[in-house]
Design a protein around this ligand. Structure first.
Ligand SMILES: CCCCCCCCCCCC/C=C/CC(=O)SCCNC(=O)CCNC(=O)[C@H](O)C(C)(C)COP(=O)(O)OP(=O)(O)OC[C@H]1O[C@@H](n2cnc3c(N)ncnc32)[C@H](O)[C@@H]1OP(=O)(O)O
Length: 279
């Protein structure tokens, strides 16, 4: 259950805030609805590095074990849900750390995509690549206007692994998913709604959280065990595939990311991001 030695429990209105010192995520449980909001808080862009991934895993475990009625994933940044994987973890990587990094990403995906509680993403900002992976691992997505979401990996000269595709395919028709992935397409909020990559649009983060809560509330009269087992049956083949191939998936990733051409591409991409940030 909760790691009580490190845990601080604060009450904000009807919410209980559970967070540990120096954590990159917070978990707030609404006492009225019993729904937990899991917030990513790693400035500047919620880049998924090893530490954020570990905190995400721990927070998902907490929510699973504290009998929350659902999980809403969101961001403390007002314009970015998550910039995806922290490219600094993959560029000129440390040998041991990059293994732990990828393994932690696998852990987060298995826990979120396979979660027994209903899950929803309040996408309150841009959500490229790994950000889109997190959002599409949830069962429902509500997004704010004027942001973008998608799997842009091919634009960076990298390849989304099969399990990224599984999440994408659980939301989009195959033809749209395949074309978008091949193009590395980023969808605007409006486009994402049109193709079904998101379920609803909200004007504020609060409204997005309300809509996510309403989705989770729609299961109020459904037997929780029957609901969880049904969801897990839908997702079992995808989850099992990664479980069976975890080691090979890690080795494939390490081989791929260490290719000189991939390293060169990641270096150039980082430079372009930094140049853009300066201007
Ligand atoms: C046979 C087949 C085999 C298959 C094998 C498979 C093998 C596996 C291959 C590997 C797969 C790996 C999968 C990767 C998925 C990913 O998630 S990759 C990451 C992709 N992310 C992006 O492309 C997003 C890039 N960022 C942006 O577009 C923008 O930053 C933003 C829209 C998110 C935010 O814009 P803005 O608010 O204007 O902020 P910026 O000024 O751009 O950025 C601020 C600051 O953050 C740095 N930064 C941004 N994103 C990242 C990132 N993802 N990683 C690290 N750092 C990032 C940016 O450089 C700025 O830094 P400075 O302030 O200049 O230091």
């Amino acid at each position: 259950m909760l790691r009580s030695s490190l845990l601080t429990l604060t009450r904000i209105g009807s919410n209980r805030l559970m967070s540990t010192a120096a954590k990159l995520t917070t978990v707030e449980v609404n006492d009225k609805t019993g729904i937990a909001t899991l917030t990513m808080c790693r400035p500047p862009v919620n880049g998924l590095n090893l530490e954020l991934l570990k905190d995400l895993s721990q927070s998902i475990d907490e929510i699973e074990s504290n009998k929350s009625r659902g999980l809403i994933l969101t961001s403390s940044n007002p314009t970015i849900f998550s910039a995806g994987l922290d490219i600094l973890e993959m560029y000129k990587p440390d040998k041991e750390r990059i293994r732990a990094f990828w393994t932690s990403l696998q852990d987060v995906w298995l826990a979120l995509y396979g979660s027994s509680v209903p899950t929803a993403a309040a996408i309150n900002g841009h959500s490229p690549a790994g950000g889109c992976l997190l959002a599409t691992s949830c069962e429902y997505r509500v997004m704010l206007p004027k942001f973008t979401i998608g799997l842009n990996e091919t634009q960076l000269g990298i390849v989304a692994p099969k399990w990224f595709m599984s999440s994408f395919l659980s939301v989009l028709p195959r033809r749209i998913a395949e074309r978008a992935l091949n193009q590395g397409r980023m969808f605007t909020t409006e486009e994402a709604l049109q193709v079904g990559l998101i379920d609803e649009v909200a004007n504020t983060k609060e409204e997005a959280i309300e809509k996510c809560s309403a989705f989770i509330g729609s299961f109020a009269k459904v037997n929780p065990l029957a609901r969880a087992l049904t969801k897990q049956q839908f997702r079992a083949a995808d989850l099992q595939q990664l479980e069976n191939e975890r080691v090979q998936d890690l080795e494939k990733f390490l081989f791929f990311v260490n290719q000189p051409a991939v390293q060169k591409g990641l270096g150039l991409y980082l430079e372009s991001l930094k140049k853009k940030a300066k201007n």
